[in-house]
Every structure is written in C-alpha cells, then in structure tokens.
Design a protein around this ligand. Structure first.
Ligand code: PMP
Length: 395
C-alpha cells in the first residue's frame, strides 16, 4: 500500500527518523537527504576526491566522469528529448541559475527597444536577475522594457486571458515559474507558450517542481528553453543545482566561468539524488504530498480564522482538474489574529518546523507574512493530523 511504501522511504532519511517528536514541514525551502545521497558523498570523498579536468591519474578522471555523467543524468531525469543539443550548467541553486541565464545569455541577446515578460509576484530570485539585466543594458545605452506577467487575483495563477495583450513584435523573452512557492499552483506555462508563439525563449524557475513532481521536457506542454532548479530542494546537498538549456531558440547557452572548479560534492550528491528520486517515482511522490496537502486544505478551509493563500478551492475539488491545474505540496495560510511569526513559534513549540515570514515573494512586505507548510515524501498523515489539531486549538 501507499502507506507501507512511504514508511519504507521515510526510514531512509536519518534526520527524520532521529527526531520522531518533530515534523519537518519546510521542504519548499530545502529537502532532507536520504541515506543514499549521504553515502554517495562519503564514498566519493573517501575513494576518489580530486579536481575535475583531464587528469593523468584515476581520481581526477573519475571526478571528471562523475561531473560529465551528471550532466547527462540531469538531461535524462528531465526527459530531455534532444540531449545532444542541450546544455547543463551546474549552479549553487535556482538563484544563481536564473542570474546566470540573465547575465550570460539574455544580456548579449537583447537589443534596444526589446521587451521581456517577467513575474512580479513570484520568488524574488525570478525578478531581480531580469531587473539587473535591464540595468546592465541601460548602462550601455540599450533600453529594454520589463512587462509584468498578469495574475489572477484569487488563485495566484498567471491570467492567461490577458496574456496575449502583453505580447508584441518586440517580445523577446519570458521568465516564468513552474510551481509557485507560496500558492503551490502549477503556473501553466503552456498558456504562456500559446500566447507568445513558437519563437520566444521561455526561462522556467523549476525550484518547486524538480524533485517534487514529474518534470518532463518531452511533454509539448513544457516547451521551455531554460530550466533552473535547486538540487538542495530535490534531495541533494546544499549548494547544488543546475540550469538546463535547450539551445534551440537563440544562441547556445555558454555561461562564463564554467572552467572553474565545480562543486564536485554537490554534483555527486545531485546524481545520487536523481537516482533516488527516479527509483522512488516522482509521480508517486507527488501523489503522496498531494494527499497530505489535500487533507490539510480540506480541514483548514473550514477553520474560521485561517485564510489559505492562492487556493480558493480544496485540492479534493481540484483533483477533478487536469494535473497541470492542481496544487503541489505547498499550503500557505494566515491566521486572522495571530501574526505569522508568532504562529511559527507556536507551531515549533509543538514540534512543527514550518516557514513563517514573507517567503521571499517579490513585492511582499513585512505585513504580508504567512505560514507555509510544505510536506515531502518523509511526512506522514499523522503529522498533518497533529498539525491540524494544534491549528484547530488556536481557532
Ligand atoms: N525560486 C523559487 C520558486 C523558490 O522557491 C526558491 C527557493 N526558496 C528559489 C527560487 C531560490 O532557490 P535557491 O535558494 O536554491 O537559490
């Protein structure tokens, strides 16, 4: 059964089993690591640690193979239909990935008068690099215009009904998000593709999708050109991540500085993490976390003082929708009387580790604090029920 399968996987997370009295519910910030990942790192460091490059001795060769092999592994994991034409660049996470696309690819690509569409209410990591690109270009006398992707007020999804109005002959690039880090909603990038047409490159912030649900670049609904993600949110070590580039629209992605010493340990951990995730099954993982978030939202929306952000319908109701419109692994809410950081401390006093602040959302201020619960495969139904008991006692 699903519960037995989950228990087996949960037991593979040493930090989780060592703290049975606590419940880590902050996996949208970073995931815990399964033993297989910890062991891969230990094995690497105790058998063949060296710098990558064309070595004349086996440890260096082995390290080079691990790094290059992990590029192929990332492509395979993402379902890359044309791995001979794409590039994988290792980063410390999504922030660095998006910044690298902005500086090393977008800046040289844009001309005076060009327009780019960017998200003003997603994670700040997916706004700052585009503003920075605009600034760098302005310093060279090249003016580019940033247009705000439109949002639907209640759900927090992009508003596809007016997307078309923003697109013109000078639209050269779109930055979008795969799964929103506050609302947990799939942002339906296929609608952006439909609005901008077949030629405009789209860069996807996949921080909340890779490692949490299946990501398949062979799916025509995911016709994007860059995918930036964080390894550390996908079972790999902190300081790991990557950008995948399709290299089909515009020049190939050749980031500066790739010749430097890579984060070999992070890369080794990423490879082990992707192997682990593929064995566990991203679809089954997504199913498990959706079950937990459904349980939470279905109860929480009947508890008066709580307002769930960006999630007007319950997941149960959402499950009648196509997969692309469901909520994934994230429930964010406010209590009408208790400030979010106080609520965070109260929950921690009961053993729950959640995120409680403005969640790095672009445009959000101090007053916009909220509590985010983001379960993963190591969380249980019992943990969600215990959390609900505490939340209900504050209602
Ligand atoms: N984008 C989104 C949607 C995120 O949720 C996060 C992580 N909070 C980031 C970007 C930044 O990721 P990282 O810290 O790995 O750079």
């Amino acid at each position: 059964s699903a519960a037995l399968w989950q228990r087996e996987l949960r037991e593979q997370f040493p930090i989780v089993t060592a703290h049975p009295e606590s419940a880590y519910l902050d996996s949208a910030a970073t995931s815990q690591k399964p033993r297989a990942v910890l062991e891969a790192v230990q094995t690497y460091l105790t058998t063949s640690n060296a710098n990558a490059g064309r070595g004349t001795y086996p440890w260096a060769n082995r390290t080079t193979e691990l790094v290059e092999g992990t590029r192929d592994r990332v492509k395979e994991f993402l379902g890359d239909p044309e791995p001979d034409h794409s590039t994988v660049h290792f980063t410390s996470g999504t922030t660095e990935g998006l910044r690298t696309v902005a500086r090393d690819w977008l800046v040289p690509y844009l001309d005076d008068g060009d327009e780019i569409l960017v998200p003003f209410a997603d994670h700040r990591a997916n706004l700052d690099p585009w503003v920075e690109a605009q600034r760098l270009l302005a310093a060279r006398g090249i003016r580019v215009h940033l247009r705000a992707l439109p949002y639907q007020a209640v759900s927090g999804d992009y508003d596809h009904r007016v997307l078309g109005d923003l697109v013109g002959p000078r639209t050269r690039f779109v930055a979008a998000t795969h799964v929103h880090h506050v609302y947990g909603g799939d942002m339906n990038v296929h609608r952006i593709r439909a609005a901008v047409g077949p030629d405009v490159p789209i860069c996807l912030d996949a921080a909340q999708s890779v490692g949490h649900l299946p990501v398949d670049l062979a799916d025509p609904a995911l016709d994007v050109d860059f995918v930036a993600f964080s390894g550390h949110k996908a079972m790999a070590l902190p300081g790991s991540g990557a950008v995948w580039a399709r290299n089909a629209r515009g020049p190939a992605f050749r980031p500066a500085g790739w010749q430097g010493t890579p984060n070999t340990v992070g890369i080794v951990s990423l490879r082990a993490a992707l192997d682990w995730l593929d064995l566990a099954g991203p679809d089954r993982i997504a199913g498990w976390t959706a079950g937990l978030t459904t349980r939470l939202t279905d109860r929480l929306r009947h508890l008066d003082p709580y307002e769930i952000l960006g999630c007007p319908t319950s997941l149960a109701a959402d499950s009648a929708l196509p997969a692309a419109q469901r909520r994934h692994g994230i429930v964010t809410f406010r209590h009408q009387d208790i400030p979010s950081d106080d609520l965070g401390f109260i929950l921690y006093s009961h053993g729950f580790m959640v995120r409680a602040d403005s969640l790095c959302q672009a445009g959000a201020g101090e007053k916009d604090g909220s509590v985010r619960v983001s379960p993963h495969i190591y969380n249980t139904v019992e943990e969600i029920d215990r959390l609900l008991t505490v939340l209900a006692s504050l209602a």
